[in-house]
Design a protein around this ligand. Structure first.
Ligand code: DAH
Length: 335
């Protein structure tokens, strides 16, 4: 059995300390440092290897080498801890640098979208009627002949159909010519009393000009209850128009005809020195109430169909309806 002397072991420890200290100092990653810790101080590391040979020393020499080994161990632990701190600090620093904000960079312009004037007017109109106790209702733009015409007291041979020529689909359905179809759909599903407001897109085979478009918007209102009269209709429309245009704008009711109302009227407002029609209205025809199973001896109602584009033209002084659909941002940005 080879024996090892105290001085030899002391020398081994000194070399170990020197080498390890140097290696730790050059470690440049956290992983590298951890590998060094395992290599020198780990269970099977170099320091434990040296201590294994301690058994060969005389009992008197052992405590001395134990003390030296402890001192080496502490010195290396300290070196590793301080290197660890440095490397962590460097990592944070590198991260901070890579994430630095350059406040001299030019900005990015994000254009802000806005509500189309048609939609913002619809919102205003609906709000006013909701304030009067009406609820929002909707119906499909593709309709059957029944909902768009027949149930609204406009049978197939009725001359009023000429004014509302539309686009027919191959299956016989059509694009609705007015929002009045929602009246029928709603009443079929709901018992009276009724108070609804229903905005939406409508279609007609009209020649396009400054005041006509093949696609346009209407807003329908319908009220059905016991004891409603024409004065309720007039009062409601007056309150609504005052909210929309202010009390100063002159308005007039003019007798008219619609198959689904009796009596019927049109409402005009003063605009650029002439009267401009903005809606049709009237007392719901008893035949319409019968079509949905309401008893016309008990219930009466009033209805109106408002032309949204007409309101946009009056409110925003727009002289040509086509501007509203041209998607010209220079025009639309004004609202
Ligand atoms: N639907 C009619 C049209 O488009 C407008 C209208 C008139 C609606 C009288 C109504 C009404 O509800 O009562 O010309």
């Amino acid at each position: 059995m080879t024996t090892i002397s105290l001085s030899e072991l002391e020398a081994q420890l000194a070399t170990l300390k020197q080498e390890a200290t140097k290696a730790i100092a050059t470690a440049n990653t956290l992983q590298h440092l951890e590998e060094l810790r395992v290599a020198y101080l780990g269970k099977k590391g170099q320091l434990s290897q040296v201590l294994k040979s301690m058994g060969q020393l005389s009992p008197e020499a052992r405590p001395r080498i134990g003390a030296s080994a402890n001192e080496v161990k502490e010195a290396l632990q300290e070196a590793i801890a301080s290197k660890l701190k440095d490397l962590q600090q460097a990592q944070i620093q590198a991260q901070l640098e890579s994430e630095t904000l350059d406040i001299t960079m030019p900005g990015v312009y994000r254009p802000i979208g806005r509500v189309h004037p048609i939609n913002s007017i619809i919102d205003r109109m609906v709000d006013i009627f909701v304030g009067l106790g009406y609820t929002d209702a909707t119906g499909p733009e593709m309709e059957t002949d029944y909902y768009n015409f027949a149930a609204l007291n406009t049978p197939a041979d009725h001359p009023a159909r000429d004014m509302q020529d539309t686009f027919y689909l191959p299956d016989g359905n059509l694009l609705r010519t007015h929002t009045s179809s929602v009246q029928i759909r709603y009443m079929e599903e709901n018992d009276p009393p009724v108070r609804i407001v229903s905005p939406g897109r409508c279609y007609r085979r009209d020649t396009v000009d400054a005041t006509h478009s093949a696609v346009f918007h209407q807003l329908e209102i319908l009220a059905v209850d016991e004891g409603l009269t024409f004065t309720d209709l007039k009062g409601t429309i007056k309150v609504f128009l005052e909210e929309m245009f202010g009390a100063e704008l002159p308005i007039r009711f003019r007798a008219s005809y619609f198959p689904f109302t009796e009596p019927s009227a049109e409402v005009d407002v003063q605009w650029q020195g002439r009267w401009l029609e903005v809606m049709g209205c009237g007392m719901v025809d008893p035949n319409v109430l019968k079509a949905v199973g309401y008893d016309p001896e008990v219930y009466t109602g009033f209805a109106a169909g408002l032309g949204v584009e007409r309101f946009a033209m009056v409110l925003h002084q727009i002289d040509d309806i086509r501007r509203l659909y041209s998607s010209d941002l220079r025009f639309l940005r004004q609202f």
